[in-house]
Design a protein around this ligand. Structure first.
Ligand SMILES: Cc1ncc(COP(=O)(O)O)c(C=O)c1O
Length: 420
């Protein structure tokens, strides 16, 4: 008996027309100009993005430019090292630009172009979303303004250089803490001023309606492909599917096609240094319901309701809120949200690198670390992990803080190696 048959019509039911996933989501922006801009965007999305021409063009871009479909890969050597559970990876790290972010950036940019807009606006923290969006802008010949806090600009010099080489304007934000929150505010203000010729492109499945819906739909290519590929390779569904959760884009894209299957779903949040306020960014696990950046969801806030300081060694996971669909899936108990700390993620990064020849992003290593924890229980079964990105961007940081991973166990005895 499949306990999840109630989810058969899930994506037709959620979100509703106002962008609510149960009580989460919506659009809480007060600025009337921004309200108008988002209204126009939602209408554009509902009509243009569902046309046969749009769908056909996005498929072509994904195949010819992004390199999709990305493979599902069986980690035979790592699985044998860990015991009886079989680990499989959905290789989103093999996308052009090295992570899943390009999936929704190409969709958002194609929509902008189809709506007759000439500019893309976004904020970026670590620079990953900025680089993916600058790439999309270059592909479509659109202008691109990326707002970035001065502190982040100094920390993320290689990504700033990539965005500039791709032709984007990186606009420094110099007030407040000079990091992501101020950059989000500055990008929203720019959108309110410029929406007649520009669109705002969010970096994750969060924000006011229609972003959580739009990003989910553009990212679900991950789960749609992975589900079909896994069944083709093994003849059955995986027992468990695991993905890391920052704002929630790679995980929601992975989970949605599995919601009505008898498959356990795990969203992995960053525990950073520990469970005290300020040490982590585990929003679903430790946060509370509230409104931030124009939408209602779980968030980590201070006593004034402002975004709390959050921390993880994965800069793509240290966001103080989570996409509203995750908040709903948590309250429905359909996805289990669990945590992994800095050190365990780095151990997973080394294990995968040394046993399979794949260096994952620290974000993705959080998901892998949870799969490894399950493997250590020693039971037979299969786990499909979304490897959301590659680790090249993290290497300097990893070497400086953790070294080269000497002493990591490897599966030496390869007597059982066969041509697969
Ligand atoms: C490789 C990678 N994985 C995961 C994330 C987390 O974002 P999300 O939860 O939106 O997938 C990021 C964010 O920058 C990322 O770069």
């Amino acid at each position: 008996m499949n306990p999840y048959r109630d989810f058969d019509n899930y994506d037709k039911e959620y979100p509703n027309e106002e962008g609510y996933f149960g009580k989460f989501g919506g659009n809480y922006l007060n600025d009337p100009e921004l309200k108008k801009a988002f209204q126009e965007y939602a209408e554009g999305y509902n009509t243009i993005a569902h046309s046969a021409r749009f769908i056909h063009e996005l498929r072509r871009i994904r195949r010819d430019f992004q390199g999709r479909p990305t493979p599902v890969y069986h980690c035979d050597r790592l699985s044998r090292l860990l015991g009886r559970t079989q680990i499989y990876l959905k290789r989103e790290d093999l996308n052009h630009t090295g992570a899943h972010k390009i999936n929704h950036c190409m969709g958002e940019a194609l929509l902008a172009k189809s709506m007759g807009k000439t500019k893309l606006i976004a904020e970026t923290g670590a620079g990953q979303h900025g680089v993916a969006l600058a790439t999309a802008a270059a592909y479509f010949g659109l202008d691109c303004d990326i707002y970035m806090g001065e502190v982040d600009i100094a920390k993320q010099a290689p990504n700033v250089a990539r965005m500039k080489i791709l032709g984007a304007n990186v606009i420094p934000v110099s007030h407040g803490l000079k990091t992501l929150k101020e950059a989000v505010d500055a990008a929203f203000e720019a959108y309110a001023r410029e929406y007649k010729h520009a669109v705002y492109c969010i970096g994750t499945a969060a924000g006011p309606h229609p972003f959580p819906l739009m990003v989910r739909d553009f990212q679900r290519v991950i789960g749609d492909e992975a589900r079909a590929q896994f069944i083709e390779q093994t003849g059955h569904l995986p027992d468990k599917v695991v993905a890391c959760v920052g704002g929630g884009s790679n995980s929601i894209g992975m989970f949605v096609p599995f919601l009505s299957d008898p498959v356990e779903l795990y969203g992995v949040e960053p525990l950073g240094h520990g469970d005290k306020f300020g040490q982590h960014a585990a929003t679903v696990t430790y946060g509370e319901e509230g409104v931030m950046h124009g939408f209602n969801s779980f968030m980590l806030a201070d006593e004034n309701g402002d975004p709390a300081p959050v921390y993880s060694n994965a800069s793509g996971l240290d966001y103080p809120a989570v996409g509203p669909e995750h908040a709903m899936l948590h309250t429905m108990d359909r996805v289990k949200y669990v945590t992994i700390g800095d050190e365990e993620a780095i151990e997973a990064l080394y294990l995968l690198s040394r046993n399979e020849g794949i260096i994952p992003a620290i974000e993705s290593a959080h998901a892998l670390a949870y799969a490894i924890r399950i493997c250590k229980e020693g039971k037979p079964g299969s786990i499909l992990v979304n490897l959301s990105g590659r680790g090249d961007k993290d290497l300097d940081y990893v070497i400086e803080h953790y070294g080269f991973g000497e002493g990591t166990p490897t599966k030496d005895n390869d007597d059982t190696f066969m041509y697969r």
